[in-house]
Design a protein around this ligand. Structure first.
Ligand code: GDP
Ligand code: MG
Length: 596
């Protein structure tokens, strides 16, 4: 155990976490040059394209240190986005230490600080790494000051590196060995292991990633999931070394994989503690929290023929994504679909993109919503995340919505606009902390629902890309929510209905009406588009009629040409949806949801 180090890499997005991981893997000869491709740990296409890590991966490396000993380094990758902070927590729980990567040209940012708090919560030893020192804009001394002043860490142990050129990588490995503590634990105690991740493999079922805290686990043992209260037999266990390398046992302090006949990640709970069925530990590992869906949205296939495909695709995605929930939903306008729960907006984006890209399904997605808590006049309480379940307003006694503590880091000159942006998004309090080097931290308590729409893009715009943002959920607070219906040609399109604070209802309705008017093609008749609360219209726009007939230029004679043209039109309609007499293109649904 003395020769084991379990560590994570944490960083603000883009500061070089994945690139550093790649360099460490290469330096330890974890993989041959031929097998190597950049960003080894970012496995999904979307992750690689967007440069963000969504699903974390773990790898066991072997490092021959300068002290002559060979160490086992378990690099536990963490996802790099606020939506997945729940998964970051689980990874941190599996480690004793973390590399905290800070970009030498950007300095400390919101996620760096948020990650620091998380890491401290789990008592991790931290080793600061100043990355990208090859950049002309790198300012190592300034970043050292920030590490001292903003993070409260020892600036002198910070290691300057370039993950790009490889400069300083050896120092990082030595730093891990000398600065981060080895794991503790008793190999002879009853088994206590943390499941911090799980993957679905088509041939082997679910592959669990675990950290053994106490005890020893062997193949053929029967394991018991303490929170899920289920038993499974262990088929195989071992180390993750880009392939699964079977071992005879996993013991206290180690990180490895388990294959145990689990069919879907939905059958287990990540963060759960496993123990031995016939020699259980008395108490599970503390700090367990189930994944929390905070954003909800309905997903419908563009064409009803694709409903089966959508069902299968969601099943497939859920097998590997314990945080995705879905249940049947139906819309008068769009037919059958699913109501899905997501960890946040990025999670929604990723699922939507995968459905379209990997499964080639045309989708209509309703406006994302948070979960509101309603107190009804009859004394009951209900949770509502779907506008179609919104009760008659006269039956509602009080409503509350989830609030977050948002933490925004910005250069000083943009503080004014940032505060204004927060107030525009119904921030209830803003406090400022001056950090080093002309930067300010703005902490704002505001509704989660307000950052789902139009917040992040604006923040980036008003801070010229320098602002960064992170948040933690805090509590539910009283609110005044209304349901807004969108009527196209006087018919409500239920998939476009949304829940919003009364103050914001009109502005948003106007945006919807204008976008729809732009995206819905002209028809033979005039189409009114309205936003309404109950029977009261609060916003409207109109699409003027067009009389031109596309077949007119065929002079009526050439039937085959006319047919061809109609055929072509029909194809174009594949991405259109018929609502009564109005055709709405998929693009219209998408563009109303984009506020930018
Ligand atoms: P992550 O979001 O923290 O995982 O960051 P990535 O590892 O994906 O890196 C973000 C971007 O910074 C990529 O374009 C990398 O090529 C680049 N990058 C990472 N490390 C360095 C470095 O040391 N020097 C330079 N110049 N660029 C780097
Ligand atoms: Mg990354």
């Amino acid at each position: 155990m003395k020769l084991t180090r379990n560590f994570c890499i944490i960083a603000h997005i883009d500061h070089g976490k994945s690139t550093l991981a790649d360099r460490l893997i290469q330096a330890c000869g974890g993989i041959t040059q031929r097998e190597f491709h950049d960003q080894m740990l970012d496995s999904m296409d979307i992750e690689r394209e967007r440069g963000i890590t969504i699903k974390s991966n773990t790898v066991t490396l072997s490092y021959a240190a300068k002290d002559g000993q060979t160490y086992q380094l378990n690099l536990i990758d963490t996802p790099g986005h606020v939506d997945f902070s729940h998964e970051v927590r689980r990874s941190l729980m599996a480690a004793e230490g973390a590399l905290m990567v800070v970009d030498a040209s950007q300095g400390v940012e919101a996620q760096t600080v948020a990650n620091l708090y998380l890491a401290l919560e789990y008592d991790l030893e931290l080793l600061p790494v100043i990355n990208k020192i090859d950049l002309p804009a790198a300012d190592v001394e300034r970043v050292r000051e920030e590490i001292d002043a903003d993070l409260g860490l020892d600036p002198f142990i910070a290691i300057p590196v370039s993950a790009k050129t490889g400069q300083g990588i050896e120092d990082v490995l030595e730093g891990i060995v000398s600065h981060l503590p080895p794991p503790q634990g008793d190999p002879d105690a009853p088994l206590k292991a943390l499941i911090f991740d799980a993957f679905f493999d088509k041939y082997r079922g679910v592959i669990l990633q675990c950290r053994i805290v106490d005890g020893t686990l062997k193949p053929k043992d029967t394991i018991h999931f303490m929170h899920a209260d289920r038993d499974f037999g262990v088929d195989e266990l071992g180390y993750n070394q880009f392939k699964l390398v079977p071992k005879k046992q996993l013991t206290a302090g180690e990180v490895g994989y388990i294959v145990a006949g689990v069919k879907s990640v939905q059958d287990i709970e990540i963060g759960d503690t496993i123990t031995l069925a016939d020699r259980p530990t008395a108490t599970p590992i503390p700090g367990y929290q189930p994944a929390r869906q905070v954003v909800f949205s309905s997903v419908y296939p563009m064409s009803t023929d694709e409903y089966q495909d959508l069902t299968k695709a969601l099943e497939k995605l859920a097998i590997n994504d314990a945080a995705l929930t879905y249940e049947k939903d139906s819309s008068a306008a769009l037919g059958f679909g699913f109501r899905c729960g997501f960890l946040g907006l990025l999670h929604l984006d990723v699922i939507q993109e995968r459905l379209q890209r990997e499964f080639d399904i045309g989708l209509v997605i309703s406006a994302p919503s948070v979960k509101y808590k309603l107190q009804l006049k009859d004394g009951s309480t209900i949770d509502i995340d779907n506008p179609s379940n919104w009760p008659d307003p006269s039956t509602i006694d009080a409503a509350s919505e989830p609030y977050i503590r948002a933490q925004i880091l910005t250069p000083e000159e943009y503080v004014g606009p940032v505060m204004e942006l927060c107030r525009d998004h119904r921030s209830e309090s803003q406090t400022m902390n001056y950090l080093s080097a002309g930067r300010v931290e703005v902490v704002s308590e505001m509704p989660l629902g307000e950052v789902l729409f139009d917040f992040y893009g604006k923040l980036k715009m008003i801070t010229r890309g320098y602002g960064s943002f992170d948040y933690v959920p805090i509590e539910y607070r009283k609110t005044d929510i209304v349901k807004v219906d969108i009527l196209v040609n006087r018919e409500p399109v239920d998939a476009l209905a949304y829940l919003v604070h009364r103050e914001k209802s009109r502005a948003r309705a106007l945006h919807y009406c204008e976008q729809l008017a732009e995206e819905i093609p002209r028809h033979q008749f005039k189409i009114p588009i309205q936003g309404a609360i109950g029977g009261t219209v609060i916003a409207r726009s109109t699409i003027q009629a067009v009389r031109k007939d596309v077949t007119a230029k065929c002079y009526g004679g050439d039937i085959s040409r006319k047919k061809k043209l109609l055929e072509k039109q029909k194809k174009g309609k594949a991405k259109m949806k018929q609502f009564g007499s109005v055709t709405i293109p998929q693009k219209a649904f998408i563009s109303v949801l984009r506020a930018e």
